[in-house]
Design a protein around this ligand. Structure first.
Ligand code: BGC
Length: 747
């Protein structure tokens, strides 16, 4: 087959709660208060009734140069040495500026933080296709962050899964810009319901971990606007994200953190971003070029010169006071630019309430256990709603349907099923990995044991790596649950579509030898009633698929993975997820021209253009192993009666969905638009969806609105989104390759 070418001291706590803050909190200003406020040096910017921009202007006007330069780079102690956070900018109590404390990441408060909830990873969040649930999750993560003394969450990550090998796929929201945008907006809105700034990362075109510190991603403007930027654009315009992290890599030449096209032309001038650009840790390579390009805050791992490293970036501090003063004296940067940088940093701090609700990092919040039963229940809910069921032969699942009275022997097989394995298989590696302390992940084995006990089923466990133990245990059981994992981590791409576990201590992971494919093959061959559970960060090959009875993909399911899994197996919950990424049939179908990925001479040429993910499969007529949007539930649905009407700006699609099975369940009607051929757009693209839950036999008339953007493409010459006049197809169905309803609309 042809190779494709594509692809802030919390205000020294109470002691620094100033008169102005008390005035602000009491909400009114009496005559005596007014006198006190007049003496208060912070009064000019501490009135929440003023706009964030007015407050930022007033604060910057009161700062001297050193106070300003303090804001644009990290403080010592740096990195994890400051209460296990990713870094901080210490507060300036004389100015009432609180600490700015930054921490990873998308699946909960992570890094070296302890006693927090590890929620399911980004890819699970996207797999739920449920904006309300994603927003609740964001809100819960933000709440834990603030309780831990953190007020910038370095999440969410939203880079597009351009290749199935992308090592950080698990942190992101899949291959489609629309799904990634909807997920990002929901998570950010939730996070920022707290006095916490969210961070849209990694801006931009950071789609591989191989050579991530240096690779130049060469991508044409239209592809950038249509595929790689929309999630960031929506994060800025719709969710009003407070910060954006520029990436390690280069984009069309310059490093992302000194890229004026990205950081100024697109982000500020075009989208109207009013927050700050923070560098990825060690992603800064210059002083004036970076500052002038639009970088506001430099972050780094440790303040010692490091050799070039693929994990932490290069050494050096470029935004330190000495460097900045030298650049200022040389006329390379202006005072105006420095003022803007500080304004950009404090504006979202005012807007999101960080001055009114300062954090106080220290031993107490560091040690505090912030998990709650409610948040653990939410983790469980997301884990189940994001689990994708890929196969379920003859209704093998849920188990209760076949034999409600129990009495079965269930063989649980695999390292990833036991508590030690599971602690490594329920979260990806790198900065987003929680410390795992205290160790309290519910493993699949523990989850299944608890459910089985209640129902009178027996459970046997084997580790399975010898193959023969897997075969013997499987052969002797009524039902087999074999659990495998792929150990994906930040800092490296997956070498192939195989299953290769890794063991992590906080953010550091190492790959382990394993024979999980043989284990699955032995179990599925020995017993047709084998449920294969894949705790994976991205697509894997499935040579054993024909023999498997059922396949579940919980991805990295977080602390409550085992409970959610057991509840799915027994039918207390349904697997509610749909794939946010195509699963290729084999390595060959997944492969790239090396110039496109991983790149040659440190350059990855995105020659596939718009044909990313299912767009490529559709354009090439390729049949994937499992298509984008696919996922089974425990009931069946029928789609009918599509009516597409033109609106002033776009269109509205109405159709009926009926639950034709005998269980309550959910489906995700997906709406794809196919543009006239002359536009040069891919065959069809996701432009709307909704999640519908129905009781057996019930039906609902569903409305999905398509805005102007659903019909627009980026016109490079016009330098804007354009809708070409013509007839557009509107296709509706349960996944990208099953779109039974079609209509058209003229635009
Ligand atoms: C990662 C970022 C992370 C930062 C701080 C970097 O290596 O790329 O995603 O937020 O470290 O831990």
């Amino acid at each position: 087959m042809k190779k494709r070418s594509r692809r802030l001291t919390a205000m020294a706590a109470a002691s620094t709660i100033t008169a102005s803050m008390l005035v602000a909190l009491s909400g009114g200003v009496s005559g005596t208060d007014r006198a006190a406020a007049a003496e208060d040096p912070c009064a000019a910017w501490m009135d929440p009734a003023d706009s964030p921009s007015e407050r930022a202007d007033a604060l910057v006007a009161a700062m001297d140069l050193d106070q300003k330069l303090h804001m644009v780079t990290f403080s010592n102690p740096s990195w994890f040495f400051y209460w296990g956070t990713a870094g901080h900018v210490s507060g300036q109590p004389e100015l009432c500026i609180p600490d700015l404390v930054l921490s990873d990441a998308g699946s909960g408060v992570a890094g070296f933080q302890i006693a927090t909830t590890t929620f399911p990873s980004g890819v699970v969040q996207a797999s739920t296709w449920d904006p309300r649930l994603q927003r609740r999750l964001g809100r819960a993560i933000g709440a834990e962050a603030h309780l831990k003394g953190i007020n910038v969450m370095l999440a969410p990550g939203m880079n597009i899964a351009r290749t199935p090998y992308l090592g950080r796929n698990f942190e992101y929201f899949g291959e489609d810009p629309f799904l990634a945008s909807r997920t990002a907006v929901s998570v950010i809105k939730g996070l920022q319901q707290n006095p916490v700034i969210a961070d849209a990362k990694h801006f931009a075109v950071n789609n591989q971990e191989t050579d991530r510190m240096t690779v130049d991603a060469r991508v044409d403007e239209r592809t950038m606007r249509e595929i790689y930027l929309p999630a960031f654009e929506a994060s800025v315009k719709e969710a009003r994200v407070g910060s954006v992290m520029c990436a390690y890599n280069r984009v069309n030449g310059p490093y992302a953190c000194e890229n004026p096209t990205l950081l100024t032309d697109v982000l500020r001038d075009d989208w109207g971003f009013d927050g700050f650009v923070v560098s990825d840790w060690g992603a800064v390579h210059s002083t004036a070029p970076s500052a002038n390009a639009g970088l506001d805050l430099e972050m780094h791992a440790v303040e010692i010169p490091l050799p070039e490293s693929s994990v932490t970036g290069t050494g050096g501090r470029f935004f330190g006071a000495d460097s900045m003063k030298a650049a200022l004296a040389a006329g390379e940067i202006t005072q105006q630019r420095i003022d803007d940088m500080v304004r950009n940093i404090v504006r979202p701090m005012f807007r999101l309430g960080l001055f009114e609700d300062p954090v106080a990092p220290g031993a107490e919040p560091f040690l505090r256990d912030v998990t709650t039963p409610e948040r653990l229940a939410l983790a469980r809910e997301v884990a189940a709603d994001g689990t994708v069921m890929l196969k379920n032969r003859d209704g093998l699942l849920p188990l209760d349907d076949a034999s409600p009275d129990g009495g079965r022997t269930i063989a649980v097989i695999g390292w990833a099923a036991n508590p030690i394995g599971a602690s490594n298989a329920t979260a990806g590696g790198g900065s987003s990995h929680g410390s795992g302390l205290p160790p309290r992940v519910v493993s699949p084995l523990q989850g299944i044991l608890a459910e089985a006990r209640d129902r009178g089923d027996r459970v046997v466990y084997v580790e399975g790596s010898a193959g023969v133990d897997a075969e013997l245990a499987a052969a002797a059981a009524d039902v087999v649950v074999v659990v495998a994992t792929d150990g994906a981590t930040e800092g490296s791409d997956r070498p192939d579509l195989g299953l290769r576990p890794s063991a992590c201590v906080a953010v550091f992971c190492t790959s382990l030898p394993s024979r999980q494919e043989e284990m699955i093959a032995a179990a599925t061959a020995a017993n047709p009633n084998t449920v294969v559970v894949l705790d994976i960060g991205g697509p894997v090959r499935m040579p054993w698929l024909d023999d498997a009875g059922a396949v579940l993909v919980p991805w990295y399911g977080g602390l409550e993975h085992g409970t959610a899994l057991a509840e799915i197996l027994y039918g207390e919950r349904e697997p509610g997820g749909r794939l946010p990424q195509t699963f290729p049939r084999d390595e060959e179908q997944a492969s790239f021209d090396p110039a496109a990925y991983p790149g040659v001479d440190d350059t990855a040429t995105y020659s596939e253009g718009l044909l990313v993910g299912y767009r490529w499969y559709d354009a090439m007529g390729e049949r994937p192993l499992f298509p984008f949007g696919f996922g089974l539930g425990y009931t069946t649905f029928d789609y009918s009666g599509l009516d597409v009407r033109r609106t002033r700006q776009g269109a509205v699609a109405r159709f009926t969905v009926r639950n034709t099975g005998d269980r309550a369940g959910s489906t995700v009607p997906q709406v794809y638009v196919s543009a006239p051929r002359a536009t040069g757009e891919p065959p069809r693209q996701l432009k709307g969806f909704t999640k519908v839950r129905l009781a057996p036999g019930d039906s609902r008339r569903v409305t999905v609105r398509l805005d102007r953007r659903a019909f627009a493409h980026w016109d490079v010459d016009a330098d804007r989104w354009v809708v070409s006049p013509g007839r557009y197809g509107v296709l509706v169905g349960p996944h990208s390759r099953d779109l039974p309803l079609s209509g058209t609309v003229r635009r």
